[in-house]
Design a binder for this molecule. Structure first.
Ligand code: Z5A
Length: 208
């Protein structure tokens, strides 16, 4: 049986990742491809518990190294318990965020040297990388307005726009450095326009 493909959806907060992951699943289902939808941090019961620890508002300052290690602890569990078994069964896995988010947030946003993220990436993932990454890109203000309309903010969403601008810049730099894997989608328009772009990319990728 052919191994499934691993697709990730990335971007700043509120750009529409959760909304569009379901759309990608529908596109693939129409072509007879079985998919598993998942997210990071999270995806398994243990990794979801780590997610709660990471997102919770707390009085104690969360040290950047702690945050980084918890992201990779959740990822190791997710990768070996859910992602790889599903891919080996021939299913496709679509994840709302993966390691590019660690480069964007912990390195771009918090200033952790990229080499340190790369070291943990190699330790946890070996050579495993996504087959395709859809980067939904929109001005920070657009995403923040959309996210705020949903209500209570988590620990990350409390950050200022300067932080999110660094995150966005890092994502765009990564996309430029790996144009084969990354497809950047302008997510600032109305949902129908964004989904037309996503459909065109998925159709092209499937044709290869
Ligand atoms: N994080 C990290 O630091 N390091 C890591 O390695 C990983 C994660 C993996 C949790 O992620 C936090 O963890 C995240 C980064 C950090 N924090 N932040 N920021 P998350 O993915 O759960 O949280 P999020 O990025 O904040 O997701 P989100 O706010 O749920 O955004 P979204 O999924 O991209 O957006 P959405 O829910 O699909 O859409 C937001 C709203 O906009 C919703 O009401 C939609 O109906 C609406 N929407 C969507 N598209 C449109 C368009 N085109 N027009 C108008 N309205 C739209």
């Amino acid at each position: 049986m052919a191994r499934g493909k691993f697709i990730t959806i990335e971007g700043g907060e509120g750009v529409g990742k959760s909304t569009n992951i379901a759309f990608v699943q529908t596109l693939l289902a129409a072509r007879g491809i079985e998919t598993v939808l998942t997210r990071e941090p999270g995806g398994t019961p243990l990794a979801e518990e780590i997610r709660e620890i990471l997102l919770e508002q707390r009085d104690e300052k969360v040290v950047t190294e702690t945050e980084l290690l918890l992201m990779f602890a959740a990822r190791a569990q997710h990768l070996y318990q859910l992602i790889l078994p599903a891919l080996n069964e021939g299913k496709w896995v679509i994840s709302d965020r993966f390691t590019d988010a660690t480069y964007a947030y912990q390195s771009g946003g918090r200033g952790v040297p990229a080499e340190q993220v790369a070291m943990l990436e190699k330790f946890v993932q070996k050579s495993f990388r996504p087959d395709l990454t859809l980067l939904l890109d929109a001005p920070v203000e657009t995403g923040m307005t959309r996210a705020k309309a949903r209500g209570k903010l988590d620990r990350f969403e409390e950050e200022r726009s300067a932080f999110f601008n660094k995150v966005r810049k890092n994502y765009l730099q990564r996309a430029k450095a790996e144009p084969e894997r990354f497809k950047v989608v302008d997510a600032s328009d109305a949902l129908e326009a964004v989904q037309a772009r996503i459909e065109s990319i998925v159709t092209q990728v499937l044709a290869v």
